[in-house]
Design a protein around this ligand. Structure first.
Ligand code: FE2
Length: 373
């Protein structure tokens, strides 16, 4: 990121939403198979040497409106292999759908972003996708893309995967709720500024380290959003008695990066039951959590299915607008870095602040087991 020009008069990019999230992984076939079998995604499209993609294998997974692109390298010189060697499996790209790629890219650069790929066309028999990319935290990028002139399964060189929906109960994930990034200590304000100035985002809410800390681990968090569907909380580690979970992430990922993808469902009890049946492991919640939660949620009375929530380990929180239910999976990869949150919102617009302590205590038990607390 270069210095932001406060005089920039160019409009920030207008984002229509998140088109897809791309993960760069060590073994795309295995990772895609795991996301399909365990999380209930359909494997929709594939690109590889047999379809004209020379140096990588790519699988496009879909569930509801959520699209995950999983990419693996075919050789040691691939930038994908280099990325995986340094970061482990992780999110490389949060790709935004825009109406006009050239305007979005030029606007972002004018407002202080660093370019990664200038606008270009990618064309096959199904039409053309125009795309460009800018840098964000760590080695993560934001692609801007326009698929209005494209009618194929996903993008040029992708073919329908022709795979059957994996067996197992439906999970029912509907859309991306938010995507959280971890940045280094002292860098939170700069990256909040990046999203405000480069992307035209607003601050939705800020959590100080007093609000989000346990005896040992602390962090600060600011949520930025585009006023609509793109919601991106940013975390930085704060001083605690022992290593913050954000610091552990940064150590293992080797740089800032995406910490978790929160995926929305409208029936979290059914979703978590299905995920557990499919073998997804979640952070375990101490049983005493539910005594504390029932008090915290007293106004809701018997509205909540407490027995099912406790059985499945689902967390609950509320704000003035309603309540939310959420749960966090174990990390998706070998390194303790990226994980998934499942969330159901019943009015509440928050992120589970009331759960931070309960969640951290659970996370810290795991961190301790790895000898990193
Ligand atoms: Fe979250």
């Amino acid at each position: 990121m270069t210095a932001v020009d406060p005089q920039a008069r160019v409009a920030p990019p207008h984002l229509r939403g998140i088109d897809h999230v791309e993960l760069w992984v060590g073994n795309a076939r295995a990772f895609a198979g795991w996301m399909a079998a365990a999380f209930g995604f359909d494997i929709v499209a594939h690109a590889g040497p047999e379809t004209g993609e020379r140096d990588r294998q790519r699988w496009m997974l879909q569930q509801g409106d959520i699209r995950l692109l999983v990419t693996g390298a075919l050789g040691p010189d691939s930038p994908v292999a280099d990325h995986v060697r340094r970061h482990g499996d992780g999110v490389r790209d949060i790709a935004f759908l825009v109406d006009d790629v050239d305007t979005a890219y030029a606007g972002a650069l004018e407002r202080g972003a660093a370019g990664v790929r200038p606008p270009a066309d990618d064309t096959d028999d199904h039409g053309t996708i125009r795309h460009a990319a800018i840098a964000t935290y760590g080695e993560t990028v934001h692609t801007f893309l326009d698929r209005s002139r494209y009618a194929g399964p996903f993008a040029p060189r992708f073919e329908e995967a022709g795979l059957k929906r994996p067996v197992g109960p439906d999970v029912g994930l509907l859309r991306i709720d938010h995507i959280v990034g971890n940045v280094e200590e002292g860098e939170l304000e700069r990256w909040v500024g990046y999203y405000e100035q480069v992307m035209g985002f607003d601050q939705l809410v800020h959590f100080t380290d007093d609000a989000i800390s346990t005896e040992y681990s602390a962090l600060m968090s600011t949520v930025v959003w585009n006023g609509a569907k793109v919601v991106m909380p940013l975390n930085e580690p704060a001083e605690g008695r022992r290593k913050s979970q954000i610091e552990e992430y940064l150590d293992y990922y080797g740089s800032p990066g995406v910490q978790h993808l929160a995926l929305r469902t409208d029936d979290i009890v059914a979703a978590v039951r299905a995920l557990r049946a499919r073998g997804v492991r979640m952070l375990e919640v101490p049983p005493s959590y539910y005594d504390e939660a029932k008090e915290r949620m007293a106004e809701l009375g018997d509205e909540l299915p407490w027995a099912a929530l406790a059985e499945l380990g689902i967390l609950v929180d509320r704000d003035h607008d309603g309540y939310l239910l959420q749960i966090f999976t174990e990390t998706l990869c070998d390194r303790p870095t990226v994980f998934v949150e499942i969330i159901q919102r019943e009015g509440a617009k928050g992120f589970g602040e009331g759960n931070f302590k309960a969640l951290f205590q659970a996370i810290e038990r795991e961190q301790e087991a790895r000898g990193n607390l």
